[in-house]
Design a protein around this ligand. Structure first.
Ligand code: PAF
Length: 277
């Protein structure tokens, strides 16, 4: 495995691989990797000849008062995890945008609610960096986690709309044994905060349990979930259609429950499939 930090070196390596007819798989990340990221690499590994992981804390997707400056970083640890997952190349640029960048990639509709409403401009930052990463890595397939459920839907839409020849694969959300969704941001939590953070998955499980016992009224399902939450501030708790992400009023199809809330200074997200039988 090698780590490249410049665009020129990456482009050169990718050109050589493509000349040999090798297929490229890609897992874009912001680093501080954990078992959730490892599971995405494990999904990609058997599907490609060469596996690239990018590590770049993308300033475009952080709002002015968000955690860009304190976002956790550990390149040496990330390289060890990537090596153990059979990654061929880590692309870890310090700077990724060209001087005078004047292009923003923006997906309408899907980005308006949920995290898009709570974090204005966030998804423009995500789609702009992912489109540029696809341009330079030129992967045939890329894997994104369902932990960022809305992000996955937005990237699928962007890839389809721009006609990018990349197969998008969603990887299941991975939880710690106590149920907390794995996230690089969990490192911010004190032990007491971590205990309260478990209320997010508890709220989602309450929705799933109420649905399994026959509740079809989404207001009642939401109320069941909300009653389990112990957050300092709630950005949203919604039960949505998994394709267009608009809130439902009746559970008349398989749905997704999604939550975003703050525990102290840490914003956490989680989601779960809500079965419809
Ligand atoms: O999910 C993430 O880690 C980021 O949003 C991504 C896709 C790497 C873009 O910066």
């Amino acid at each position: 495995m090698e780590t490249l930090t410049t665009l020129a070196a990456l482009v050169e390596r990718v050109r050589a691989w493509r000349a040999e007819g090798l297929t490229i798989g890609f897992v874009p990340t912001m680093g501080f990797l954990h078992a959730g990221h490892a599971s995405l690499m494990a999904l990609a590994r058997p599907r490609c000849d060469r596996l690239v992981v990018s590590i770049f804390v993308n300033p475009l997707q952080f709002g002015p008062n968000e955690d860009l400056s304190r976002y956790p970083r550990d390149l040496a640890g990330d390289e060890r995890l990537c090596a153990s997952e059979g990654v061929d190349l880590v692309f870890a640029p310090t700077d990724f945008y060209p001087p005078g960048r004047a292009t923003t990639v923006s997906v309408a509709g899907l980005t308006e609610g949920l995290c898009g409403a709570a974090r204005p401009g966030h998804f423009d930052g995500v789609t702009t960096v992912v489109a540029r990463l696809f341009g330079v890595v030129q992967p045939q397939l890329a894997v994104f986690g369902e932990k960022d459920f809305q992000q996955l839907a937005v990237i699928r839409r962007m890839t389809t709309d721009l006609g990018l020849p990349v197969e998008i694969i969603g990887g299941p959300l991975i939880r710690d044994p106590d149920g907390l969704a794995m996230s690089s941001r969990n490192t911010y939590l004190s032990p007491a905060e971590r205990g309260r953070a478990l209320s997010l998955s508890a709220g989602l499980r309450a929705v799933v349990a109420a649905a399994a016992s026959g509740e079809r009224d989404v207001a009642a399902l939401r109320a069941a979930g909300l009653s389990a939450l112990d957050v300092d501030r709630l950005d949203y708790f919604e039960i949505v259609d998994p394709d267009h992400l608009r809130p439902l009023t009746t559970l008349d199809r398989p749905a997704r429950a999604l939550v975003a809330g703050w525990i102290g200074r840490t914003r956490l997200i989680d989601n779960m499939a809500v079965p419809w039988i």
